[in-house]
Ligand binder design. Sequence first.
Ligand code: AMP
Length: 224
Amino acid sequence: MSELNLVLLGPPGSGKGTQGERLQEDFQLPYFATGDILRTAVAEGTDLGKEADEYMQRGDLAPDEIVVGIIVERIATAEAADGFILDGFPRTLRQGEALDEALKGAGRLLTAVLLFDVNNEEVTRRLGGRRTCTDNGHVFHVDFNPPKTEGICDIDGSELIIRRDDRPEVIEKRLSNYHDLTKPLVGYYEQVGVLRHVEGCKPPDEVGADIRGLLATLRMEEGA
Ligand code: AMP
């Protein structure tokens, strides 16, 4: 079977992380989320973390050179030979072009770019109530997906916190950055012919089923 090279595209809070984790399990593929990678670097106090921290706190994007390097390195590893799932990358046209170049150089192509369609109000509600576990980044929501014990992660028992960039003023900034800087990628991938829409407002299980159906159809078309 050919590679499965996926990009998850959509505003913050559109469910990319939730579905990315499921896809990783379903397809046994590496899942690279630039936001998670940068947060780990910040927590560990590495040079990368120190550089990215100020941008992240403000809800701005980190410089393209930093994130492009992170991803290009990872998709070239043996772990990603059968495919990969990218979440939160690319986020600018320059990043998209850099990804294309890296893939082209290796004789590879993107299988699909899944665009999570979710409106601004829904995203704001989701991010506002989001609680993230300190140890592994597991995600809960105070109303839609509350933990069994308030403030504690069901999965690893660590403390649940509000991410610094999930504060209301930062959410607004992240959304406007998405519309200004990331949305142009929608037209870009539409033109390439790899863009597929996902109705991100549905409950997570339904979104997951839709994605599985969509990928099965792509596989059939590929084999036809
Ligand atoms: P996320 O967890 O995907 O919402 O990412 C959190 C933050 O990490 C973003 O608000 C940015 O500051 C930074 N970040 C993540 N991915 C990228 C990227 N592809 N380009 C630039 N900055 C990024």
